[in-house]
Ligand binder design. Structure first.
Ligand code: AVI
Length: 478
């Protein structure tokens, strides 16, 4: 494990890139100084966004998350909450959850609450203080959970601690922080996570999606003016830490949509010709000259699947919010037995990875002799003695009920669909009279892969989206 300098910077979901404050100079100081001198000396001035997040910047980022215009934090949290039980079905019994840039582990709780089968949690964050605090609180609130924090910069080399050994690994990287990486950085990160988590792993990753320009631009230009303060905090930080003499009023915040590169760009624009001193160097700005401070890339489901594929992952499931659209992707490692991917077409049928159950991912299907009923709104909508019990890896057993024994007239097909590399394309139904809770409560594999062919013409129900799924053993005896 690395020994942290006391002025280290790191990104975390709750607080962004953070810095633990001390008066002692450290290597991190000189990293910052080197980055500032290099970035302000180039023809097109630029600074890496990770330096936004000292204590003041982290607070400002949290405040941005509370503005009405900045939808990503709010929408992603709601999406996680809405689909927590569905996400949890993809998490094996005894799995370890590994979070990159965990910070206060706020969004993690949604996953932990929905997936009590998670046995261990490895939060990775460079801030020892944030880690220790989050670990203590989580250990208190989830007494059965083994919490093994790792104090590292998650973009660098990571070694997982012993409690992660021998467990199925589930990576968690929410917040669309992936969008702040260059494409090369994103690929490097996804490839190293693929290596770290290994085969049979899952990576849950949040990514903001391309949408209308007005919504995007507003999110980075809140009327309260918090984003401009966040942007200018970079100059304030240079003044504080590197003896800079930036006049914050001599720069304007600029956040614009670059449609060609699908990204919001943040800049600081010099209002006048001016000379600035910082880090023992002098820098000249012309009136109108821009300092490029951040890119926030937005994805389409296709562009994200392409990026993932180039890093050795395939999208096995995706959850997308209603507008403003934000996505949570569940990625599975591509195997050597996966079909080859074609750039730009990774999500077409011919490039989906197809996997066959085996010792590493067993699936069994058995007839269930019991009477199985499903109740919604006090009414029985499925009643069968021919259910099939499907057991997959360490997940909870699922009852697949023949459609002939379900009142299909009460179900309404939705646009929602997911993909399982072992079972195939999955379609969904809502149960309108079950209300909000019963949206996408029912799923079916219409053309299941050969290994699970028996579940064709069957449907399954999420237990928490109906009143009850009853397995009445006693009715067999009667
Ligand atoms: C942390 N990151 C995903 C934020 C974003 O939207 O790119 C940072 C941010 N910049 C301005 N507002 C928020």
């Amino acid at each position: 494990m690395q020994t942290l300098g006391s002025n280290a910077s790191s990104f975390n979901q709750a607080e962004g890139w953070k810095r633990t404050v001390s008066s002692e100079p450290t290597a991190a100081d000189s990293d910052f100084a080197v980055a500032v001198v290099a970035g302000l000396s180039t023809r097109e001035k630029t600074l890496p966004p990770k330096y936004f997040y000292d204590a003041a910047g982290s607070e400002l980022f949290e405040a941005i998350g509370r503005t009405p215009e900045y939808y990503p934090t709010r929408v992603e949290t709601a999406l996680l909450q809405q689909f927590a039980s569905e996400i949890a079905t993809g998490i094996a019994e005894g799995a370890v959850l590994v979070e990159f840039g965990s910070g206060a582990s706020d969004k993690t709780r949604v996953i932990l609450d929905a997936a009590p089968q998670i046995a261990a949690y490895v939060p990775i964050d460079i801030s020892e203080h944030a880690l220790a605090k989050a670990a203590a609180v989580l250990s208190r609130d989830y007494p059965k959970l083994l919490v093994a924090p790792v104090a590292e910069d998650f973009t660098g080399p990571i070694q997982l601690p012993a409690p992660a050994y021998g467990r199925v690994k589930v990576g968690f990287f929410p917040g669309s922080t992936i969008g702040n990486f260059t494409q090369a950085e994103a690929l490097r990160f996804l490839r190293s996570v693929r290596q770290l988590l290994g085969d049979n792993s899952v990576l849950l990753i949040g990514a903001d999606l391309v949408k209308d320009e007005a919504t995007l631009v507003a999110a980075y230009n809140d009327v309260e003016g918090i984003t401009p303060r966040f942007n200018k905090n970079l100059l304030a930080r240079i003044n504080r830490e590197l003896g800079g003499d930036f006049d914050l009023d001599a720069f304007d915040h600029l956040a614009i949509w670059n449609a060609e590169l699908n990204r919001i760009e943040m800049h600081l624009v010099s209002r006048a010709d001016q000379i600035v001193n910082a880090a023992k160097h002098t820098f000249a700005f012309k009136a109108g000259e821009r300092l490029h401070t951040e890119d926030s890339h937005k994805f389409t489901t296709e562009s994200f699947a392409d990026l993932a594929a180039r890093a050795g992952w395939s999208v096995s499931r995706e959850w997308i919010s209603a507008a403003p659209q934000f996505a949570i992707f569940s990625l599975a490692p591509q195997r050597s037995d996966s079909l080859p991917s074609t750039a730009g077409r990774t999500r077409t049928m011919e490039t989906k990875s197809i996997k066959v159950p085996g010792p590493n991912h067993p699936i069994s299907i058995e007839p269930n002799p019991a009477r199985v009923t499903v109740r919604v709104g006090g009414r029985i909508i499925a009643d069968t003695r021919s259910a099939l019990t499907l057991r997959e890896g360490g997940y909870a057993a699922v009852q697949y009920i023949p459609q002939k024994d379900v009142d299909m007239t009460l179900l309404e097909r939705t646009d929602h669909h997911t993909y399982c590399p072992y079972k195939g394309d999955c379609a969904y139904y809502s149960i309108p009279f079950g209300g909000e809770r019963s949206v996408n409560a029912v799923w079916t594999y219409e053309a299941p892969y050969a290994a699970v062919a028996a579940i064709k013409d069957h449907v399954a129900f999420y237990p928490d989206r109906v009143d009850a799924i009853e397995n009445q053993q006693e009715s067999k005896k009667a």
